[in-house]
Design a protein. Structure first.
Length: 155
């Protein structure tokens, strides 16, 4: 499936580039931030396997995790601590499905990513064969949001 990728995210969309970027971020982090970033990294690897390598979503859905995210949410972790500034209004995002993220806080993007992963974990086992859910589109939308998070963190 071909997806439209805004120019601001092009470099992260190439094979391995996002993984390298998230690994570098993970290495610089400590404690709770590091555990959350590690979880996002694992999820990105699994979602990339579905999108780029043709692995069936059903084979990886149980491996997707939001355990650290839920733990940190419960403990009142400030997700904006990962990057205090708001997401930039990248001009190449205009007219894309990511345009609405400009000006929003880091926490909103992380919550959205984890909510979308959780939705797949809940729904896919029950309605995975239903074509109205467009699973490939959902997987790619999560990947693009993770790429946007990486771009935001690096800026």
């Amino acid at each position: 499936m071909d997806i439209t990728i805004p120019t601001a995210l092009k470099t992260l969309s190439t094979t391995g580039s996002a993984a390298k970027s998230i690994t570098a971020w993970w290495k610089k982090s400590k404690g709770d931030s590091r555990s959350l970033i590690g979880e996002l990294k694992d999820n990105l690897i699994y979602l990339d396997m579905v999108a780029a390598d043709g692995v069936p979503l059903g084979d990886i859905v149980a491996k997707l995790s939001i355990t650290e995210y839920k733990r940190l949410s419960k403990e009142g972790f400030n997700f904006n601590k990962l990057k205090k500034t708001k997401i930039a209004n990248y001009s190449s995002l205009q007219g894309s499905d990511l345009a609405k993220w400009g000006g929003k806080e880091t926490e909103e993007l992380i919550v959205s990513i984890c909510d979308k992963i959780n939705e797949i974990k809940i729904k896919y086992p029950h309605v995975g064969k239903n074509s109205k859910y467009r699973w490939a589109v959902r997987v790619n939308n999560i990947r693009k949001r993770i790429w946007l998070l990486l771009k935001h963190i690096d800026s």
